[in-house]
Ligand binder design. Sequence first.
Ligand code: AMP
Ligand code: ZN
Length: 162
Amino acid sequence: MGVAATTRHCIFCEIVHGAGEASICYQDDRAIAFMDIQPVNAGHVLIVPREHFETLSDVPHALAMHLFDVALRLGPVVRKLSGSPDLNVVVNSGEAAGQDVFHHHVHLIPRRPDDGFDVPLPFSGSQMPDRTLLDAMAARIIGELHDPVKRTSREQPASLGA
Ligand code: AMP
Ligand code: ZN
């Protein structure tokens, strides 16, 4: 179990351990990928680490990179077989971000015109902040990135709010 090991029932851990039904389309020593049970379109794949980590923030850097690498490898195959040239690669990390299964995973979603699915960006509810606010936030991010004594990725992020 990973750092964020949980005592909660985890359907993806069951699948990883062969105890849950799944249509597996890829596996290696660190990751498996299987078909989403409720696909947006045919070919919707979930890429899942074998080890249990709840959210993206809990996943070690190298493993997160590996999962994305698997997504890049599967992408052309999914595009070819689904007949959909377009894809969303989606990670929902945390409750407010819409995560439902708290075992980190990457969605690979083939898209069709008018399939009814939407990632509604740009956000129509945005206040379109002044450039000075965008610049200030960019400067804060740069400051954090270059501060040698700042936190590791596992620690709680500082609020970027006003
Ligand atoms: P998320 O909201 O990012 O946590 O997405 C969870 C995804 O897992 C949803 O798209 C579900 O359809 C999918 N899902 C949940 N249970 C299973 C399962 N047993 N096998 C395959 N996919 C699943
Ligand atoms: Zn799990």
